[in-house]
Structures are given as C-alpha cells and as structure tokens.
Ligand binder design. Structure first.
Ligand code: ZN
Length: 134
C-alpha cells in the first residue's frame, strides 16, 4: 500500500499531461519505513520519447542530494505511459533496480481519465500494491 496526498497525486498527473505525448517521469520522496510519501520531484525525460523514459543522471543526483538535506529518502519512481496500460513494460521491469521503492505508472491512453497504478518489482517479479489517496 502506498499513501499519496491529493496534491502529490495532482502534481504527478499534471506533470504527465504536461509531458504528453512523450512519457514523463519523476521521483517521490518520504519515509519508506513509515510508508509516507511527502514530496514529488518532476524530472526531465532525456529520451523525449513516447515509449520510454530516461532520467537525467545529473538532475537525479541533485534530487537525491535535496532529499538527503530534507531528511527524506526515495519512496517511489513515477512515469507515464501515453498509449499503453498502467503496467510495467519489460524494459521497466529490467530497469527496476530498487526493490523497496514503489514504481508508479500513470496511463494516459485516455488523457481525460488517467489511471494510476503502483507496483513493487523484486527480482523481476511484479507485485501490484494499493494506492490510497488521502
Ligand atoms: Zn514504462
């Protein structure tokens, strides 16, 4: 289960729509043990592609530094799918290096009805988790 505030949920959807028709991505931060996600960092998609994303490693380092300063850690990795369902692609699974964080995917295949789902990916196994918006 991952808890998201309405404002974080809104920020993720807005970022995904702003990046459309390309995939958008971002990083979520908070307290992993307490399962609290308190911050969303929109990231650039260096791929500028509608079928993949690649975070700017420099931007990623800055965000990780900022999170350390704020006393929070990475709780999730977010990206959008613009034409396919909100489920990890084979590439998403292959590139899922953090077994403890949530992988959140929003599908914009109907841009007026974004569908957000969340997954844990461990040893290439996908486990969907519930999202609670509070
Ligand atoms: Zn994907």
């Amino acid at each position: 289960m991952i808890h998201l505030s309405k404002s974080i949920y809104g920020a993720m959807i807005a970022h995904a729509k702003a990046g459309f028709p390309n995939e958008a991505c971002g990083i979520l931060g908070g307290d992993l043990k307490k399962r609290i996600t308190s911050k969303f960092f929109p990231m650039r998609n260096l791929d500028e592609s509608s079928i993949s994303y690649f975070m700017d490693p420099k931007e990623q380092l800055l965000v990780l530094k900022k999170m350390r300063e704020m006393g929070i850690e990475m709780t999730g990795i977010f990206h959008s799918h613009v034409a396919s369902e909100a489920a990890p692609s084979q590439k998403d699974v292959r590139l899922a290096f953090y077994p403890d964080v949530s992988y959140l995917i929003v599908s914009l295949s109907d841009i007026n009805k974004p569908i957000l789902r969340s997954f844990k990916i461990k040893d290439e196994k996908i486990i969907e988790e519930e999202i609670e918006i509070v």
